[in-house]
Every structure is written in structure tokens, then in C-alpha cells.
Design a binder for this molecule. Structure first.
Ligand SMILES: Nc1ncnc2c1ncn2[C@@H]1O[C@H](COP(=O)(O)OP(=O)(O)OP(=O)(O)O)[C@@H](O)[C@H]1O
Ligand SMILES: [Mg+2]
Length: 140
């Protein structure tokens, strides 16, 4: 940590209605700006939150988005966790493949998140699903 390190941000956004996805997007955008990420990385983390929040709404009906930031000496991290109490994934590895969708969607959301995030973990069972994406950026 440097003397001017931004304080860590921890925020939680409940997802009850589709409009709450917008609040989640604004929350992660503010976190990216607090870390002084560039426009490209900001767009990446907003995409991650959008797709995971949309999945909680579409596939589980509701959920919660949590955003946490860490400013390290050589890199910044944003941890995005989306939890829901829906039915759970039917097949996690299939869900990461482009074009796989159980509800007639395009099956593009999770593959995109998987590409953008440094790591993506899916812990799922009926009644409790936690999808965690760690975004990391190098500081030149
Ligand atoms: N929170 C979740 N709970 C249960 N299943 C999920 C959840 N999120 C994703 N899935 C499963 O993973 C599949 C793939 O997700 P992905 O986001 O890639 O595609 P999609 O949501 O179906 O369509 P798109 O995101 O392109 O609109 C979903 O169709 C669904 O079966
Ligand atoms: Mg999706």
C-alpha cells in the first residue's frame, strides 16, 4: 500500500427487480473509478457485474451483488460476488461454453465473464449459488 492508496470499498446491492442491475453497474463503476482504472478496465468490470447480476435475476429471480476492492502495490483487484437462492446450475462446465443456455438465451454471458476475469468460481446447489469473479489489473 502506498501513502495515497484509496481506501477499500465494500458494497452490497440487493437484486429484487431488473432495475437493480443498473444500481449494481453504478456501484462497480464507482469502485473502478476510485481505483483509477482506465476506461477499458472499467467497461470490463461493468460487463462482469451486468452479466452475473442478469443471470441471478433471470435464472434465480433475485439475488445480491457484492463488490470489494483491493489496491495492492503492483495491481488492483475487484472481487465481484453474486449470490442467489435459486435452483442452482444444472451443469457448471457446460455453462461456461459459448452457446449453452437453459432458457433460450444466447449463452454468451458466462463465457464473457470467464474471459474477462482472472478467476471465476461457481459454487452452486439448489437454494444457494455463489458466483465469484476476481478482476485484476496490472499497474504499469
Ligand atoms: N445464477 C444462476 N443460477 C442457475 N443457473 C445459472 C445461473 N447463471 C447461469 N446459469 C446457467 O448457465 C447458463 C449459461 O449462462 P450464460 O450467462 O452464459 O447464458 P444465458 O444467461 O443463458 O444467456 P445470455 O447471458 O447470453 O443472455 C444459463 O443458461 C443457466 O443454465
Ligand atoms: Mg446470462
Amino acid at each position: 500500500m502506498t501513502a495515497h492508496a484509496p481506501p477499500p470499498i465494500e458494497a452490497a446491492v440487493p437484486l429484487a427487480r431488473r432495475e437493480d442491475i443498473l444500481t449494481a453497474r453504478k456501484t462497480v463503476r464507482a469502485a473502478a473509478r476510485a481505483l483509477r482504472l482506465g476506461a477499458v478496465d472499467e467497461a470490463r468490470v461493468v460487463t462482469i457485474v451486468s452479466e452475473l447480476a442478469k443471470n441471478a435475476c433471470v435464472h434465480a429471480g433475485a439475488g445480491e451483488v457484492r463488490v470489494g476492492t483491493r489496491h495492492l502495490v503492483d495491481r488492483d483487484q475487484i472481487l465481484i460476488e453474486v449470490e442467489d437462492a435459486g435452483p442452482g446450475f444444472s451443469d457448471v462446465s457446460a455453462a461456461l461454453a459459448v452457446g449453452f443456455s437453459t432458457n433460450g438465451g444466447q449463452g454468451l454471458g458466462l463465457p464473457a465473464v470467464n474471459r474477462l476475469a482472472k478467476s471465476l468460481t461457481i459454487d452452486t446447489r439448489p437454494g444457494k449459488t455463489l458466483v465469484a469473479a476476481l478482476f485484476e489489473t496490472d499497474r504499469a
